[in-house]
Design a binder for this molecule. Structure first.
Ligand code: HEC
Length: 121
């Protein structure tokens, strides 16, 4: 069957859209799987750190104090990479200290992801 020209371009556009969506989904899944959860013992330690140390500045419910809020809503739309960089290296000129001596990059990525997902201490 031969489709009129207008329909052909329309279906081509749909196909392109579907391909983009599929690509986007695989990318998202890929980005997610790159973040590995630490071993259970380490998860407990990082949660303790979040409560005792981060909570001291960011508030016990992470709604902010001396440090800005770290709730999912507050972090929404902020690029994960730059949040991870702030966590690891601190923010010069502010009270945010560097945590690189206390955690690996993978652990920092995991912790930021936890915060972005709304985990509270
Ligand atoms: C001594 C106080 C202090 C402690 C402890 C602290 N922070 Fe911060 N943090 C700050 C301040 C102040 C800022 C805001 C910096 C600015 O003015 O931009 C900040 C900013 C941040 C940001 C960037 C937020 C944004 O919206 O850009 C993240 C993420 C963060 N802290 C995570 C943590 C985590 C996780 C911990 C615990 C491992 C922690 N902080 C411990 C003071 C602290």
């Amino acid at each position: 069957m031969k489709l009129p020209a207008c329909c052909r371009t329309l279906s081509a556009k749909c196909l392109l859209l579907a391909c983009c969506a599929a690509l986007f989904i695989t990318e998202a899944v890929h980005a997610d799987s790159a973040i590995v959860s630490p071993a259970p013992q380490r998860v407990a330690e990082l949660r303790h750190l979040l409560r005792e140390d981060c909570g001291a500045c960011h508030g016990l419910t992470l709604n902010g104090g001396l440090g800005s809020p770290l709730t999912a809503a507050a972090l929404a739309g902020k690029p994960g990479d730059s949040l991870v960089a702030t966590l690891l290296d601190g923010r010069p000129g502010s009270a945010m200290p560097p945590w690189r001596p206390f955690m690996s990059e993978a652990e920092a990525q995991w912790l930021i992801r936890q915060l972005q997902q709304g985990v509270t201490p």
